[in-house]
Write a protein that binds this ligand. Structure first.
Ligand code: UDP
Ligand code: MG
Length: 337
């Protein structure tokens, strides 16, 4: 059986302190898999330099001169982790049977790459690397992550718990992913949406091998927010609901204010002020919500997400069968004549 060509995609941003060690470990792992004839000798490690300002790119070039299976692409400017990752996946897609994405800081355990490929060979199209525990994280990161996952779940966004971007995707999964042409990329949310056969592999996440996180709090918050807004219009809808609720409340507040006036418990002008504040507040919020609904619809429209994914096409299968039959018949004819 032909062994799969595997490409390991590694996005890097200012990783000069970690990259040599990362490259060494990944190379050892890859070499080992190749020697065992577990993967094809054409397999590669593809570094994506996400517009680093330090020596990352020159180190990648140096490694590629030393090792024929190390290669790299450099992005024009810092595009962010998700886009750098996507650039690597798209680049690797053409020449690989499956692609594994991993961070450059070796926090993810490289020894489970073998398990990933084993699962791929069993027929899984997507293999998620899932952290067994979050021991190495700070208390703050642990609790915010947990809260975030449960919020996403409530909003109807399917996320794999404790999975970041350490995963294997088959060529077919990558082709499906290529049809999601949206500007706001949140791969962790999109990949489960593809819906192909998938499984999980557990591993222990370690400390960063060198350097510091390239996801400071500000970047992390914007990433989390993007995750919600690019998958769900529930926040907009809740404004509409709040507006409607306030509008009805304003009616009761109006009645209350009128009664107070009739009973003579009020100062001059209080009733009209009360009614207008409540009424206009409710009306305003409802209006914003309705406009929001339209923006929400535009938002889902402009994404141009694929509407369906074809699993099996009987027509192409039939044509394939006919072609095979034709090929078999041609030599027979030659013999009979
Ligand atoms: N990264 C990137 N572009 C960026 C930020 C990060 O390519 O703008 C890469 C980074 O080099 C690393 C991966 O994304 O390989 C994950 O970043 P990091 O390890 O700093 O995140 P953390 O593990 O702290 O969440
Ligand atoms: Mg990291």
């Amino acid at each position: 059986m032909k062994q799969p060509i595997v490409t390991i995609v590694v996005p890097c941003y200012n990783e000069e302190e970690a990259i040599i060690q990362t490259c060494r470990q990944l190379s050892t792992e890859l070499k080992c898999l190749m020697d065992d004839k577990f993967i094809s000798a054409e397999s590669k490690i593809l570094f994506v330099d996400d517009g680093s300002q330090d020596r990352t790119w020159s180190l990648i070039v140096m490694e590629s001169v030393k090792n024929s299976y190390v290669t790299g692409i450099k992005l024009m400017k810092n595009a962010g982790h998700q886009k750098a990752l996507l650039a690597g996946l798209e680049k690797a897609k053409g020449s690989s049977d499956c692609v594994i994405s991993i961070d450059a800081d070796l926090q993810d355990d490289v020894s489970v790459i073998r398990d990933f490929i084993e699962k791929y060979k069993e027929g899984y199209e997507i293999v998620y690397g899932v952290r067994r525990s979050r021991q190495t994280d700070t208390f703050f990161k642990r609790t915010t992550a947990l809260g975030y996952y449960s919020l996403m779940n409530k909003l109807g966004i399917q996320l794999i718990y404790n999975h970041a971007d350490y995963r294997l995707m088959s060529k077919r999964a990558l082709e499906e992913l290529g049809r999601y042409r949206e500007a706001n990329l949140f791969l962790r949310g999109i990949v489960p949406m593809i819906g192909l056969r998938s499984t999980k592999v557990l591993y222990d996440r370690k400390e960063r091998v060198a350097g510091e996180t390239k996801y400071p709090l500000k970047k992390m918050l914007s990433f989390a927010f993007k995750g919600i807004t690019s998958f769900s219009v529930t926040p907009i809808r809740s404004i509409t609901l709040l507006g409607i609720l306030l509008f009805f409340l304003s009616v009761s507040a109006g009645i209350y204010a009128l009664i107070q006036k009739l009973l003579g418990h009020t100062n001059v002008g209080w009733t009209s002020l009360m009614i207008s504040i409540w009424f206009l507040g409710g009306l305003n919020l409802m209006g914003i919500g309705i406009i929001g609904e339209y923006i929400g619809t535009i938002f889902t429209e402009v994404k141009r997400r694929p509407h369906y994914a074809i699993d099996i096409d009987l027509e192409t299968e039939r044509l394939g069968r006919l072609k095979r039959q034709e090929n078999e018949q041609v030599p027979e004819k030659k013999f009979s004549s």
